[in-house]
Design a protein around this ligand. Structure first.
Ligand SMILES: Cc1cc2nc3c(=O)[nH]c(=O)nc-3n(C[C@H](O)[C@H](O)[C@H](O)COP(=O)(O)OP(=O)(O)OC[C@H]3O[C@@H](n4cnc5c(N)ncnc54)[C@H](O)[C@@H]3O)c2cc1C
Length: 228
């Protein structure tokens, strides 16, 4: 899996802080920007985020390039509706070479890894056979597995990301999307440290486990930031 933050709102935290400041100011946003005290604005943004007035974070967007993930992951990812997506097409792109994600629990075991690889080879042989018989890619793809690799560009605003991290950094999330979520969190925390200082799974943001999973290694203590 490769995850890159390819662009973000320029001066995103300043924009969010100005949005917070203007709600309690008789000054115009332009004047507030011109006469800004960056230290005060950062402190204000931190306070507002802690209070849960996170709508100001909607002004800050992040675009990620994600490659080498499975269709199984992207199926879960696109359930997050407050976002924009562009995904590699299985209709327009030739997928004649086997390309798939191997779950670690299968990959670690030599025998399972071999059987998994053979299954994938058979699937792609059938896929290519259908194509060679003139079946269009949009139909031949029906035999391709959930593990097929795919590439996707994702844009989310910071508020949607906070929700995404709560759900998908959690140990209850499936391993592959959890790995993606932690990589994204580490990237945005660098770009917007005030907004994301308290971000993470619900046990970090809420201080308790909504799943009531006393068996989770994170339960009930908060996790360290930036790990995984
Ligand atoms: C561990 C785990 C297991 C899961 N298992 C399943 C499963 O078995 N089956 C399944 O179908 N899904 C499953 N999901 C997906 C889950 O139900 C959500 O669809 C997904 O996580 C997207 O979350 P979201 O709606 O909060 O995000 P977004 O779609 O990004 O929405 C963000 C927030 O906006 C608000 N919002 C968005 N749209 C609406 C709307 N139409 N009406 C009102 N408020 C809205 C909500 O407050 C929402 O939290 C699972 C998710 C997790 C994390």
């Amino acid at each position: 899996m490769n995850v890159e933050l390819i662009t973000a709102t320029p001066e995103g935290e300043l924009v969010a802080a100005l949005a917070a400041a203007l709600t309690h100011s008789d000054m115009t946003p332009e004047k507030l920007k011109e006469e800004r005290d960056e230290g005060k604005l950062t402190a204000l943004l931190g306070r507002v985020m802690k209070m849960g007035h996170t709508s100001v974070a909607e002004h800050v967007s992040f675009t990620f390039a994600v490659s080498g993930v499975s269709r199984s992951l992207t199926h879960q990812l696109v359930r997050h509706r407050i976002a924009s997506y562009s995904q590699q097409s299985q209709r327009y792109v030739s997928l004649s070479q086997p390309s798939y994600v191997t779950p670690p629990k299968i990959g670690r075991d030599e025998r399972l890894r071999g059987a998994y690889g053979e299954t994938m080879a058979r699937i792609w042989a059938e896929y290519n056979k259908l194509l060679s018989l003139g079946i269009p890619a949009e139909d031949a793809r029906y035999v391709l597995p959930n593990g097929s690799t795919t590439n996707i560009i994702v844009t989310m605003n910071a508020r949607a990301l906070l929700n995404f991290f709560e759900l998908r950094c959690c140990n209850h999330a499936q391993w592959e999307i959890r790995e993606l979520a932690w990589k994204m969190l580490n990237l945005v925390r660098e770009a917007a440290p005030t907004i994301f200082s308290e971000a993470g799974p619900a046990c970090v943001t809420k201080g308790y486990c909504p799943e009531h999973d006393t068996g989770c290694p994170r339960y009930p203590k908060k996790s360290e930031k930036g790990e995984e």
